[in-house]
Design a protein around this ligand. Structure first.
Ligand SMILES: *Cc1c(COP(=O)(O)O)cnc(C)c1O
Length: 364
């Protein structure tokens, strides 16, 4: 059987080259006589793997020296709690709610301590970002939390220049789970960046945190050791057994990204793929995307079918063409095409061709 075009939001497609390399190295990693899965995380082989992965990630994102890179577990969902535990420092934090994920992050923070809503686009059904003057940030906030790509609604902060303006004294904390590594970012504008790996980094089970040094060491004394960033940083992400195989595969993805020309090149490909799909949607009378064009996600493209009752047929027919996991999130309905870094342009072309065929057959 041929491989499908996997449009799942996550766990998501991985580059075929990476999977082939992992296969080739599966039984005997570089002559060491065993799989990466079987290695001691404290041995010299795995130490080389994790150090290379961190170095490649730092190079890709140009992570400044005063930031720690942490390879953690628990997913982005764990970060919804771990961020306030570590950064609140007895203060209150501000949250911008722009979709399902930032709403969850805000709710979780309220369980941990003082969290305040600095702005929400929910009344507009999360189809746009903020206009100037709509956000009211507490000047004493411990941090401002944003989700820079809302995976469910398909709303993205497309450039660092579109970030909300905040004072230098308020660190910006960003959930980048579903678009990290899809474009260059100016890491120095953020206090902390986090991302679950299973969308645009690698296998599930790994969570990436990039955090500025001065934000470490403020967790309350009763914080469980596993939740304290400072302890993980001190131990080089080796406080306990890290998700070794996921880190290894993520490292292969980082090397693949470097071979593609790095994040500036990857961004151009992402722009081309997204443009192709949005143009097809906008030119048709069957498909519709409700998101404001200034913030349409390049990674997650939700669309609905304007003719009722066709969704199941669309999904079944798509599957016959090798187009899989295209069903939308139940919150917004319809379809969602997640087109992360690993989705080739040919995959998006196949989808667009199928959509045109389907509209001709069923759309009127
Ligand atoms: C998927 C996702 C999450 C949740 O990730 P887990 O790793 O499953 O906890 C959080 N935020 C965003 C933006 C996501 O896309």
């Amino acid at each position: 059987m041929e491989r499908i075009y996997n449009f799942s939001a996550g766990p998501a497609a991985l580059p075929e080259e990476v999977l082939a390399q992992a296969r080739d190295e599966m039984l005997n990693w570089r002559g060491c006589g065993m799989s990466v899965m079987e290695m001691s995380h404290r041995g010299k082989d795995f130490t080389a793997i994790i150090e290379q992965a961190e170095a490649d990630l730092r190079e890709l994102l140009a992570v400044p020296a005063n930031y720690k890179v942490l390879f953690l577990q628990g997913g982005a969902t764990m970060q919804f709690a771990q961020v306030p535990i570590n950064l609140l420092n007895g203060k209150s934090a501000d949250y911008l709610v722009t979709g399902a994920w930032s709403k969850k992050a805000f709710k979780e923070a309220q369980k941990i301590g003082a969290a305040r809503l600095a702005g929400s686009t929910e009344s507009g059904n999360f189809t746009r970002l903020f206009h100037r003057g709509e956000i009211a940030i507490d000047p004493a906030a411990a941090y401002l939390h944003v989700c820079t790509n809302e995976t469910v609604q398909g709303v993205e902060v497309l450039s660092d220049a579109n970030l909300p303006g905040i004072s230098d004294s308020i660190p910006l904390v960003a959930d980048m789970s579903s678009h990290v590594l899809s474009r260059p970012v100016d890491v120095s504008r953020y206090g902390l960046i986090y991302a679950g790996a299973q969308k645009n980094i690698g296998p599930a089970g790994l969570t990436l945190v990039i955090v500025r040094d001065d934000l470490l060491g403020h967790a309350p004394a009763h914080t469980p050791t596993m939740l304290d960033y400072a302890v993980h940083a001190e131990h080089g992400s080796m406080l306990n057994t890290p998700p070794t195989y996921a880190i290894y595969v993520a490292g292969l993805v980082f090397q693949w990204l470097k071979r593609q020309g790095g994040l500036a090149a990857i961004e151009q490909i992402a722009i081309a793929k997204a443009r192709l799909l949005y143009e097809a949607i906008d030119a048709s009378s069957l498909y519709r995307n409700p998101v404001d064009v200034s913030c349409r996600s390049r990674m997650n493209v939700p669309f609905t079918l304007t003719r009722p009752g066709l969704d199941e047929t669309f999904i079944a027919e798509a599957k016959k063409q090798g187009i899989a996991y295209i069903k939308g999130h139940k919150m917004v309905g319809g379809m969602r095409a997640s087109i992360y870094n690993a989705m080739p342009l040919e995959g998006v072309k196949a989808l667009v061709d199928f959509m045109a065929y389907f509209e001709k057959e069923y759309g009127r």
